[in-house]
Design a protein around this ligand. Structure first.
Ligand code: FPP
Length: 233
């Protein structure tokens, strides 16, 4: 969800105004995903590296997360959206941790869209936490080294119980992954939008879906194999 700060600065306003406007886009994109039949949406709300921002901006973001979780949970539930938070949430203040648990519990029975919010998340952190869990099992003799393979590690990665990520959209004109779902995006299509996150709405979302629809996903096969079912067999 890149571009909140620049959106606000362009209007001569403090960066937090951009983050608040970004919440409106979150609501919009959740609606658009539900309408498009998307099963799982993951939003990068706060990266492991975002602690390096000015303390005031970090504090305002934490306050915003608390407010948003409290305010939006009813609407999520009404719309059958299940909320999940991924990341190292233990680093957050107790009040925010509590809100996260409450919001997850309140929407636990929803089985429409799953909305994952990545908070204090980093793709490298994810790989490390999965590796630690594997190492622990190894140490406890529940696992042998030759049992470690991709599918074993996958089981310990965040979002392992959800479908593979088909499309990764980055807004705000930057063209990099910035430590988002590194393991999970191995075969995702990438789409970079010039729109700043607070401006990301129907048109930009449709553009991303159109681009996705025009891609040929080969998963290592040749174009001919994928295009021609007879050859693929
Ligand atoms: C990146 O823009 C955005 C963030 C670090 C915060 C995004 C958070 C929200 C929109 C709140 C959503 C809350 C929930 C609970 C889902 P930036 O500040 O890096 O923008 P810039 O590149 O223009 O500086």
């Amino acid at each position: 969800m890149d571009g909140n700060g620049r959106w606000a600065e362009a209007q001569g306003k403090p960066r937090v105004v951009g983050h608040r406007a970004g919440v409106k886009s979150v609501r919009e994109v959740v609606r658009l995903c539900r309408e498009a039949g998307v099963g799982s949406l993951t939003l990068f709300a706060f990266s492991s590296e975002n602690w390096n921002r000015p303390p005031r901006e970090v504090a305002l973001l934490m306050r915003l997360f608390i407010t948003v979780l409290r305010r939006e949970v009813k609407l999520l539930k009404k719309n059958n959206v299940r909320l999940r938070v991924i990341g190292d949430t233990q680093a957050f203040e107790p009040k925010l941790q509590q809100r996260i648990l409450e919001a997850e519990a309140e929407t636990a029975d929803c089985d429409g869209l799953t909305l994952n919010v990545a908070a204090n998340y980093g793709g490298r952190w994810d790989i490390v936490q999965a590796t630690r869990q594997v190492a622990l099992q190894l140490q406890q003799g529940e696992l042998s080294v030759d049992q470690i393979d991709e599918s074993m590690l996958q089981r310990f990665m965040c979002l392992s119980e959800q479908p593979e990520m088909d499309l990764l959209i980055r807004t705000g004109g930057e063209e990099r992954i910035s430590n988002f779902l590194l393991w999970q995006c191995a075969y995702s299509e990438l789409f970079f939008s010039e729109a700043l996150w607070p401006d990301f709405a129907d048109a930009a979302f449709a553009e991303a879906l159109d681009a996705y629809a025009s891609r040929q996903r080969r998963f290592g096969k040749t174009g001919a194999q994928v295009a021609d079912v007879t050859v693929a067999q």
